[in-house]
Design a protein around this ligand. Structure first.
Ligand SMILES: [Mn+2]
Length: 359
């Protein structure tokens, strides 16, 4: 297991590589280029400059989160072949610079969604929250406007103004699309990129839909054990794998995350794990809690034990944390402050050390 930390890149993240390097046990960062429009091939000089900066700070960069999938691909629209070609060019360039894993998602139009970015907890910290009814009463534009106002300094990945301009066109395009068509479009993509992933030896790791509930009437695909199974079976290859995100798959009440780890991890299909906790408030609503098991609804020990039992050799990151110790928007994107993620990472490393030594 390699512990990593999400870093949004130079000029995109107030947290420095030096700060990340000082977190005990941190081997590397997981990053992306938020400014490159989705669907375009990533310039090689950007990749090499980023890698040089990360390595100079004493950190590795072996995982990209994310190389996003253009809507034309998800929709099966006419422009998809060109975007798939660009995707493969990006994969080849990343492989040349030592990237071993690409995280991506198949969420239609919208990336992740939350009702609140800074929900106050009784201890004076704040965190992201999902309240289904709150979102049901907003239009996508209203939700995007809330994010823009709340997050101030940075554009929210997945909610960029450029993308939001086209949102109604996209929402219209997805209307009436059956789940089977959606899967067929996914298969078309996988049939093209997985042979390339095998050639470049890049592990593709699809991230589940977050939250695992339909919003704005959009179809949701990768939300459960059965749907993950179906997606992985579209192209049986170790290079067609999963980002096991406990906070996304675990946001469906009753989801058995350790069982999913044993099933998919046992088959060598989990390449990257986002490990975080959440606290259910009712059947659908939750907030993102501290990682420590008693503070949330997921058992971090059982999750790490399942990863350990399947001999997990991939990458882990602590995923989201709360904003604590007076962190503000100037010190981190929502969910991506420094301190709570550093605490979470070391809590997970502590569990892992105990598992290793208790073997
Ligand atoms: Mn995640």
């Amino acid at each position: 297991m390699k512990m990593t930390f999400r870093w949004f890149g130079e000029n995109q993240d107030p947290i420095s590589l030096k700060e990340i390097k000082q977190i005990p046990g941190m081997t590397g960062v997981v990053t992306s280029f938020l400014d490159i429009p989705v669907g375009e091939a990533w310039p090689e000089e950007r990749i090499s400059a980023m890698k040089a900066a990360v390595n100079a700070a004493g950190l590795e960069v072996e995982v990209i989160e994310s190389v996003n999938i253009h809507e034309d691909i998800k929709l099966g629209a006419s422009g998809r072949d060109e975007k798939i070609e660009n995707y493969i060019v990006t994969m080849e360039r990343l492989a040349r610079h030592g990237i071993k894993c690409i995280c991506y998602n198949m969420m239609p139009v919208l990336d992740w969604a939350r009702s609140h970015l800074y929900y106050d907890l009784p201890d004076g910290s704040n965190t992201m929250r999902y309240e289904a009814e709150f979102i049901a009463n907003l239009s996508p534009e209203q939700l995007a406007a809330r994010y823009a106002a709340e997050s101030e300094t940075y554009e929210m990945p997945g909610w960029e103004p450029e993308r939001m301009k086209k949102i109604n066109t996209y929402l219209e395009a997805y209307k009436g699309m059956s789940e089977e068509t959606f899967y067929a479009n996914m298969k078309y993509f996988l049939d093209a990129i997985i042979p390339a992933a095998e050639k470049f030896d890049i592990k593709m790791a699809v991230h589940p839909d977050d939250p695992p509930q339909p919003i704005f009437g959009l179809p949701k695909l990768i939300i459960s054990r059965d749907n993950v199974r179906k997606y992985l079976d579209l192209y049986p290859s170790a290079h067609n794998g999963l980002t096991l995100c406990t906070g996304s798959l675990g946001a469906r009440k009753g989801a058995d995350i350790p069982a999913m780890i044993r099933e998919f991890g046992g088959e060598g299909r989990i390449h990257f794990a986002h490990v975080r906790n959440l606290k259910f408030e009712n059947e659908t609503d939750f907030y993102e809690s501290a990682h420590y098991s008693p503070y949330g609804s997921l058992d971090m020990y059982e999750i790490m034990r399942a990863l350990h039992d399947v001999g997990f050799k991939g990458y882990v990151r602590p995923d989201h944390g709360r904003m604590i110790w007076d962190e503000t928007t100037k010190k981190g994107r929502p969910g991506y402050g420094l301190y709570d993620r550093a605490i979470g990472a070391n809590y997970l490393l502590g569990i892992w050390e105990a598992l290793e030594k208790g073997r």
